[in-house]
Design a protein around this ligand. Structure first.
Ligand SMILES: NC(=O)C1=CN([C@@H]2O[C@H](COP(=O)(O)OP(=O)(O)OC[C@H]3O[C@@H](n4cnc5c(N)ncnc54)[C@H](OP(=O)(O)O)[C@@H]3O)[C@@H](O)[C@H]2O)C=CC1
Ligand SMILES: O=C(O)C1=N[C@H](C(=O)O)C[C@H](O)C1
Length: 248
């Protein structure tokens, strides 16, 4: 496997996990500055040509080139990069017509179970106000986090609406019926916390997840890498990777 973003907070941990796994060979990585001594290149095409799975934990502005390179090389792509815009989303969809693409805003299997719970509760609590709060370290570039957006998608799907039609990040207004509110906090070195609450006049239900150690994501990423190797083309998620581990 190769890692786009190998010098980053998550990429370096993924590299550690890969080096200590007996069933995975780490072929190299991608960053903005090459380091031949550590097999770090700046051309995603070179990285993709040498591996059967490319793990992308880089930055939104690298995703199109990484997806294109994986598609040309015919290797599987596992991507956990967040903060994507329409062009990057389209690049992943395009690639998934040719290669297997696993896309996961959050590599924690447990967090992905929370998405199922969110969808189930949202459908059964249609009149409750849904609010999502996420907290991350001060270096995080995107808000709301990719996971918060995935939680929002789960709530919207459970209610049979489009997230784009009901999402609200601007709280300088009275709350509209049915909106899904998002709030983002940035502080210190917090690894990642997500909370979803459903509230009406009488009660509140809250689902929450707290990541204590970023290694959680690295381990989940490697589960996805193992699963993606040799798959048929398509767009997959962590729910496919964990498969039978999840109830219907
Ligand atoms: N799905 C999940 O479970 C998780 C996802 N993430 C996501 O992963 C991504 C990375 O997070 P994190 O490790 O904290 O970020 P960092 O900023 O620590 O790392 C980013 C990495 O990407 C590389 N990079 C950035 N821009 C480019 C570019 N244009 N071309 C090539 N390489 C590039 C950097 O290399 P250099 O700076 O050396 O050039 C670095 O190796 C984020 O989108 C984050 O939200 C994070 C945690 C969990
Ligand atoms: O940038 C991070 O650190 C994280 N990003 C992901 C996100 O945007 O949801 C996942 C995790 O919460 C950590």
């Amino acid at each position: 496997m190769g890692i786009a973003g190998i010098t980053g907070r998550l990429g370096a941990l993924c590299a550690d996990e890969a080096r200590s796994a007996s069933d995975i060979t780490l072929t190299g990585g991608l960053a903005r500055v090459a380091d031949p001594g550590r097999a770090i290149v700046t051309d995603p095409g070179v990285l993709a040509a040498g591996c059967d799975v490319l793990l992308d934990v880089s930055s939104a502005d690298a995703v199109e080139a990484v997806a294109e390179a994986a598609m040309k090389a015919g290797c599987a792509l596992v991507t956990g990069t967040t903060g994507l815009g329409p062009a990057q989303e389209a690049a992943l969809r395009r690639a998934s017509g040719v290669i297997p693409v696993v896309r996961a805003a959050n590599f924690s299997p447990a967090l992905n179970l929370m998405l199922l719970a969110a969808k189930m509760l949202a459908g059964r609590l249609p009149g409750f106000d849904a609010e999502i709060v996420e907290t991350h370290h001060r270096q995080k570039r995107d808000a709301p986090s990719g996971t918060a957006l995935a939680i929002g998608e789960a709530v919207a799907t459970g209610r049979g609406v489009r997230l784009a039609d009901v999402m609200q990040v601007d709280r300088n207004r009275v709350r509209a019926e049915g909106e899904i509110g998002f709030a983002s906090l940035r502080a210190g070195q917090i690894v990642g916390e997500h909370q979803l609450s459903f509230t009406d006049a009488f009660e509140q239900i809250t689902l929450g997840h707290r990541a204590f150690d970023r290694r959680l994501f690295a381990r989940g990423a490697l589960l996805a890498v193992r699963w993606a190797a040799g798959r048929s083309p398509g767009l997959y998620g962590m729910e496919d990777v964990v498969g039978g581990g999840f109830p219907d």
